[in-house]
Design a protein around this ligand. Structure first.
Ligand code: ARG
Length: 396
């Protein structure tokens, strides 16, 4: 009996060629699994395309709610932005896909999984490390890393084998999209000095011109409403992204450090992600006690790095999730965002659990702060340096 492999199928050129190649070259039966993480597109067309390329089965899984609730929600709790900027768009979708690949491999009695990533990116790392965490017994094939075909070769291979693709030989960009945003690589933007051409943008084109405010409601760290309208997270992200993106806000242009050692120029469009993380972290400013806030801020970049590096399923990431979850109990309240062409900024925050005490903060006559306490506090706070100055002469 032929060995079976479950392939993470996108419907694009590489994974379509991979369906045929895995059969022809390695003699494997291919089960194609397309996971809907909010990338858009017609999944029935995608499903049929895999069958057209020779898959023995072709499956589509709607994982949008799962991606939002189990992957994006913890990323919001962690204010996750790799290298302080990138909100992990692609990095968050890979573990979702891996979970389904492994589940389908079990269901179909497969011996292996496969993905269409090249050897230069982070996504191969995420697919493979994730698979090894969930199913160390499964073999992993990465045909696009081994077949040695250029894009042109792949188009020719598809034509020769009657694989139904839409791709042509000229391809402008490499794009990965899901409900958390859109990542653009390659083509004209490979020159880090070149300004991004206008055609790279799809989610952040200017359509709104009148400024407006919106209020995001949070419950225990989770965004639950926009202007009082309660929405499931995946819908809230979609609505907010369309609105904020329509103000041409939510773009990133950065050079990032890939796990495999390459610096890479990337353009991202992630209006909802950037707006929600900004609002969430602002709400934490009034709801988290100082030491907790500072320690959390130290751990956030670590969480983002682990997820970027393909360690979603890892003990440190699990432990950090538990810490962040515990911090979120008080993160309930509302944040107002003010939108105008090209901008989105926080203009107010409030919470029933706010630690902001007007009586303590104010300089007017309603002041409740004990001024006399400050003198002794400051004297003791500086006692060490005062002693150092008196006995050892202070600064050199
Ligand atoms: N550099 C980003 C990451 O590693 C995005 C990669 C997305 N892939 C693409 N083909 N554009 O998470």
């Amino acid at each position: 009996m032929a060995k079976r492999v479950v392939l993470a199928y996108s419907g694009g050129l590489d994974t379509s060629v991979a369906v045929t190649w895995l059969q022809e070259e390695l003699g494997l039966e291919v089960v194609a699994v397309a996971v809907d993480v909010g990338q858009g597109g017609d999944f029935e067309v995608i499903r049929q395309r895999a069958l057209g390329a020779g898959a023995v089965e072709s499956i589509v899984i709607d994982a949008r709610a799962e991606m939002a609730n189990d992957y994006v929600a913890p990323a919001i709790a962690a204010n996750a932005r790799y290298e302080g900027k990138y909100p992990l768009v692609s990095a968050l979708s890979r573990p979702v896909i891996v979970r389904h690949l492994v589940a389908e491999a079990r269901r179909h009695g497969a011996d292996a999984v496969a993905h269409g990533c090249t050897g230069k990116g982070n996504d191969q790392v995420r697919f493979e490390v994730g698979t090894r965490a969930l199913a160390p017994d499964l073999e992993i094939f990465a045909p696009a890393r081994t077949w040695g075909m250029s894009r042109d070769d792949c188009v020719d291979y598809a034509a020769a084998h009657g694989i139904p693709i839409e791709a042509t030989k000229e391809k402008m960009y490499s794009i990965d999209e899901n409900l958390w945003g859109r990542a653009i690589e390659c083509g004209a933007i490979e020159d880090p000095w070149a300004p991004p051409p206008a055609d790279v943008y799809a989610l952040t084109r200017p359509v709104h011109h009148t400024p407006r405010d919106i209020v995001i409601g949070f419950e225990e760290g989770l965004p639950v409403s926009v202007d009082g309208k309660v929405l499931p997270l995946q819908d809230l992200i979609a609505d907010l992204g369309a609105l904020v993106g329509g103000y041409a806000w939510g773009r990133l242009d950065m050079v990032e450090n890939r796990r495999v050692g390459i610096k890479s120029r990337e353009i991202y469009e992630c209006p909802a992600a950037l707006a929600l993380i900004m609002a969430h972290s602002d709400l934490e400013d009034i709801t988290l006690e100082r030491d907790l806030a500072h320690e959390k801020a130290r751990l956030e970049p670590r969480w983002a790095e682990l997820v970027y590096d393909g360690l979603w399923f890892s003990p440190l990431k699990e432990a950090l999730d538990a810490f962040f979850a515990s911090t979120q109990r008080s993160v309930t309240g509302e944040v107002r965002l003010s939108l105008a062409p090209g901008t989105c900024a926080v203009s107010g925050r409030r919470s029933p659990l706010s630690l902001y005490d007007h009586g303590l903060a104010t300089y007017d006559s309603s002041d409740t702060f004990e001024h006399a306490d400050a003198e002794g506090f400051v004297r003791l706070w500086g006692l060490g340096v005062a002693t150092w100055a008196a006995r050892q002469g202070g600064p050199s």
